[in-house]
Design a protein around this ligand. Sequence first.
Ligand code: HPA
Ligand code: ZN
Length: 334
Amino acid sequence: GHIRDFLHELPKCEHHVHLEGTLGPDLLFPLAERNCISFPNGFPTSVEELEKRYKKFSDLQDFLNHYYIGMSVLIKEQDFFDLAYSYFEKAEKDGLWHSEVFFDPQGHVERGIPIEIVINGFKKACEKAEKELGITTKLIMCLLRHLPSEDGLLTIKSVNTYYEKGWIHGLGLDSSEKPFPPELFENCYSFLKKNFPNIQLTAHAGEEGGPSYVSNSLDLLKVTRIDHGINSIKDEKLMERLANEKILLSICPLSNVKLQVVENVGQLPIAEFIKYGVSFSINSDDPAYFGGYILDNYIAVHESFGFDLETWCLIARNSINGSWCDEKRKLEML
Ligand code: HPA
Ligand code: ZN
């Protein structure tokens, strides 16, 4: 219908998508074959069976277990390139203008894949997407919070040259949230910020963790963005702070339903965010696992909230203004 066309045409920015989370069954099995990778016993053996398994996850950890098995098929630079470029192609068809993409270097290095293989593949896909698809892109490295912070610090040091070259634009924090609070990674964030004062910082917080995960990410990690952040709604003072400090929440509606953080999109505190003046963007998180790319997430929000055009324009503007692209690109999109 015409609202779908309107949402398609709206200049959209994505701030929360894990490249490894764009690995769907359609690419997973061919890559496994190409690289002679076998899966653990009991792992689905066909696209249909795997799609069925991805219909529902019991929680974040249940999903992550599949996510780490999935990424084991990524071996060569070409694999990383193919993965990222096929995401950019899908996103471009959805009417995406600007994409800030996460990747998990530790998930590859711990399997023996050299970091330069990972980054060269992703970087080449970003360059081709800018040239051929007209999407602007930024790479954001994430640390896995279930690994020790010493490992995170070594990872940051190992990609120093890529930060110097400007190939990596920021730092994030992902994986199992609740047993691993943000304060564990203060040293990693402060080390990177000291060496690269202009670096952008974000962290997953308030997806399964409570509002203190959000405020501690702001206070201790000095992030200027929060990934998910939906549990901020449980703390009114925090909501006021997010509005005052213009912190962007990168929310992921279909992800929250699939991981049973909420029962349905209508339960998300999106109307409250608007009322408090808290900026947010709408994102796909791990689209191959959660059953929808960026436009599906916009449509799901519209189906539950039925926002008027003015509200949609406000959401699009906040998402552009909260992006980490340069001012010139923002003006093109606004
Ligand atoms: N949360 C935490 N870690 C993740 C996610 C997420 O939504 N996606 C990929 N890694
Ligand atoms: Zn995420």
